[in-house]
Design a protein around this ligand. Structure first.
Ligand code: SDX
Length: 392
């Protein structure tokens, strides 16, 4: 540990408050991780280097980078008994349901050897989670297919290894396209952290009680699953399927504006961004690169871009400051890589694990108090109890 996993008495943290990890300026659409812009990190770095930077606060030297990668590779396998948890699920169980269960179960494998007050235990926990999430995610996919689980390979890069475990089979050597591996790695970077959003705040709140970090990450996975949060990228593709053609866009824009219609434009709007989500910009450009390199012409990209153009010129969306967010284009890239929609949020959870654990560690590594949000009570004032035979 280079100090970030040890106490910093000058910094007091609670479940949801100040942090040094990520900065967002929603008005101008700026996102910084430890001071580095998401555009620079997505264009010049890779996911494991971003993981190091989120955890330790600085870009790694070449030696630190090599050491980090080597340590992550030593933890990519899961205990063989973890396989038994999968067998308890139906084959058609949503992979997010399986991931919630399996990641939470990791608590049972490390609970006794994990003192969250020990900086080295916190550090090894970060490595274990970053290393094992791709293995567990790919196992969720293989289980659904009824195909054998693929073991991780230490000769492959992080994204390449994930695609190997997803699409490889024991009967032949995996052939992973560098283009797809690079696109996958960029997706991981763009989802790595995002300040104290719903799922990260869930992890911090659970962690503030002193709960086992694996259980805290499982809580974050549960919060991320909702369509208003991490489930939106799956919802965007389902929405584009429903819209079907350019002719129907105006109908769906009208639905999105209709207060009596629960329909919302998936992948649009954000609690913080009142300008373009910078991740969406990078994602849209990646769509073009990936589809061009694959020689794929996806009509959904054309539909998404036309939908964006019409929505951004509509007074309602302008007035409400509604712009595409990270989820609007991510599904198109994931589909081009060959990822089924049911796995989209699983990949979001995989990517965001480093952000969750960085925030958890930032809180636990400093003096903290249990989170206890207070409510605004709007119920009855105190009143007398009425015996049942007198109630009307
Ligand atoms: C993520 O917090 C994070 O950082 C999250 C995230 C991360 O990386 O962790 O960025 C990931 O969750 C991205 C968001 C993914 N969700 C979606 O794309 C689902 C569609 N979006 C909406 O559900 C909505 O935009 C939210 C939930 C994201 C935000 O909802 P808010 O808080 O209501 O947004 P707002 O206050 O800016 O809304 C202003 C108005 C409201 O109408 P009024 O009450 O003023 O009349 O705009 C409306 C909203 O109802 N509105 C929409 C809309 N989003 C907001 N109307 C139509 N379509 C939409 N998508």
């Amino acid at each position: 540990a280079n100090g970030v996993f040890t106490f910093d008495p000058g910094f007091t943290s609670t479940a949801s408050c100040e942090s040094k990890i990520t900065f967002i300026d929603g008005e101008v659409g700026k996102l910084l991780h430890r001071g580095y812009s998401i555009e620079e990190l997505a264009g010049k770095s890779d996911y494991l280097e971003v993981c190091y930077t989120l955890l330790y606060g600085e870009l790694p030297t070449a030696e630190q980078r090599d050491q980090f990668i080597s340590t992550v590779k030593n933890h990519t396998m899961v205990h063989e008994q973890i396989r038994n948890f999968f067998n308890g699920f139906r084959r058609d169980a949503h992979p997010m349901a399986i991931m919630c269960g399996v990641v939470g179960a990791l608590s049972a494998f490390y609970h006794d050897s994990l003192d969250i007050n020990n900086p080295e235990h916190r550090e090894i926990t970060a490595y274990r989670l970053i290393a094992k999430m791709p293995t567990i995610a790919a196992m969720c996919y293989k289980y659904a297919l009824g195909q054998p689980f693929m073991y991780p390979r230490n000769d492959l890069g992080y994204a390449e290894n994930f695609l190997h475990m997803m699409f490889g089979n024991p009967c032949e050597e995996s052939k992973i396209s560098p283009t797809l591996a690079k696109a996958m790695d960029r997706i991981f970077i763009l989802h790595a952290d995002h300040e104290q959003n719903a799922s990260t705040s869930t992890v911090r709140l659970a962690g503030s009680s002193g709960a086992n970090p694996f259980a805290c990450i499982a809580a974050g996975i549960s919060a991320l699953w909702g369509p208003a949060h991490g489930g939106a990228n799956e919802a965007v593709l389902n929405m584009l399927d429903e819209i079907g053609s350019l002719d129907n866009i105006d109908t769906y824009i009208a639905k999105a504006k209709d207060k009596n219609d629960p329909f919302k434009l998936m992948g649009f709007g954000h609690r913080v961004y009142k300008n373009y989500d910078p991740r969406a910009t990078v994602m849209r450009e990646s769509c073009h690169d990936v589809l061009a390199e694959l020689g794929v012409n996806d009509p959904q990209l054309e539909l998404a871009m036309k939908l964006e153009e019409i929505a951004l010129s509509d007074p309602y969306f302008k007035e409400k400051k509604l712009f595409p967010n990270v989820d609007f284009y991510s599904g198109i890239i994931l589909k081009a890589i060959g990822i089924p929609t049911s796995m989209f949020t699983v990949i979001f959870a995989l990517s965001r694990t480093v952000g969750w654990i960085a925030h958890w560690n930032e809180m636990i590594s400093n003096p903290y108090k249990i989170g206890r949000p207070r409510q605004l009570y709007t119920g009855e004032t105190e009143r007398e109890f009425i015996p049942v035979n007198e109630r009307k």
